[in-house]
Design a protein around this ligand. Structure first.
Ligand code: DX5
Ligand code: ZN
Length: 238
C-alpha cells in the first residue's frame, strides 16, 4: 500500500517530534532571590536564563558568574539564552560550567557552525536563536549543526510582550526543514507564551516553550508549567 505524501510527512513528523517541554524564564521573577524562584518550578523541564548585555538587546540582566552560582542551587537543566554580542567569546564558558543548553543569536557569532561544534564538544546542547526579522534561509547549513532552534516570538529584550502570530509560519518552516533533515532538533519558542498562544505554537511545530511572565506573575508557577505542557500536548494530539 502506498502512503500519501501527507501521511508520510505526518508520520515522520510524529517520529521525529520529541516530547513537549516547558522552560520557564526567570526574567520576570524576583532576581534578588533567583535560587528560591527556581525552586518554585520543580516540575519544569529546564530553567531558562536570559543573559543580556545592553548591546545585543537594550536591556541588561546577569552573566556567567551568576549562572555559575545558580548551578549549585538547582538540579534542573539550565537553558541559557544569550542575548549578547560576541557569542564566540562568551558562549563556551556557559557550557564549561555545566549549562545543559546554550543558545546564541546567529548574528552574534562570526562563525555559528564553529561555535555550535565547540558547544557540543564541551558537552552542552547547542542552539541557534532567530530574532523575528532573521531569516532561517540565510543560515541553512547551521541548522543541522544544532540541537535546537529558538524562534523568537517577540523582539528579544523584555518579558511581557505580546506573541507575534506572524512567527507561526516561521515555526512551520523550521519544522519542515528539520523534518527534511530527519534529525531530532528541537524548536523552542520564546516570547508571549501563555494559555492562549501555546497551542498555536505547538501546532505549528514548536516543542519547547519558554514562559516568563505567564509562570512568574502567577502565584503557582509550577501549576502554570503543567498547564502549558498539557495544552501544548493536547494541541499536537488533536
Ligand atoms: C525576552 C526573553 C524571554 C522572556 C519571555 O527577550 O528572551 O525569555 O522572559 O517573557 P514572556 O514569556 O513574558 O514573553
Ligand atoms: Zn529568552
Amino acid at each position: 500500500m502506498q502512503c500519501s505524501a501527507r501521511s508520510l510527512a505526518e508520520s515522520r513528523s510524529k517520529l521525529v517530534r520529541v516530547e513537549i517541554r516547558v522552560s520557564p524564564s526567570v526574567l520576570n521573577a524576583d532576581l534578588a532571590t533567583l535560587a528560591s524562584e527556581i525552586a518554585r518550578i520543580p516540575g519544569a523541564d529546564s530553567v531558562h536564563l536570559d543573559v543580556m548585555d545592553n548591546h545585543f538587546v537594550p536591556n541588561m540582566t546577569f552573566g556567567l558568574p551568576v549562572v555559575q552560582s545558580l548551578r549549585a542551587h538547582t538540579t534542573l537543566p539550565m537553558d541559557v539564552h544569550l542575548m549578547i554580542d560576541n557569542a564566540d567569546r562568551w558562549a563556551p564558558g556557559f557550557a564549561e560550567i555545566g549549562c545543559e543548553s546554550v543558545t546564541f543569536h546567529v548574528e552574534a557569532s562570526e562563525n555559528p557552525v564553529a561555535l555550535a561544534r565547540i558547544l557540543r564538544a564541551l558537552g552542552s546542547r547547542a542552539a541557534a536563536a532567530f530574532k523575528p526579522e532573521t531569516r532561517l534561509e540565510d543560515y541553512l547549513p547551521l541548522i543541522e549543526e544544532v540541537d535546537m532552534l529558538l524562534i523568537m516570538t517577540v523582539e528579544p529584550g523584555f518579558g511581557g510582550q505580546p506573541f507575534l502570530t506572524s512567527m507561526l509560519r516561521k515555526i512551520e518552516k523550521a519544522r519542515k526543514l528539520i523534518d527534511a533533515l530527519g534529525k531530532d532538533i528541537w524548536i523552542q519558542v520564546d516570547g508571549g507564551i501563555h494559555d492562549d498562544t501555546v497551542a498555536q505554537a505547538a501546532q505549528a511545530g514548536a516543542n519547547v516553550f519558554v514562559a516568563g511572565s505567564a509562570a512568574f506573575y502567577s502565584n503557582d508557577p509550577d501549576k502554570v508549567v503543567a498547564r502549558l505542557r498539557s495544552l501544548a500536548q493536547a494541541a499536537v494530539e488533536a
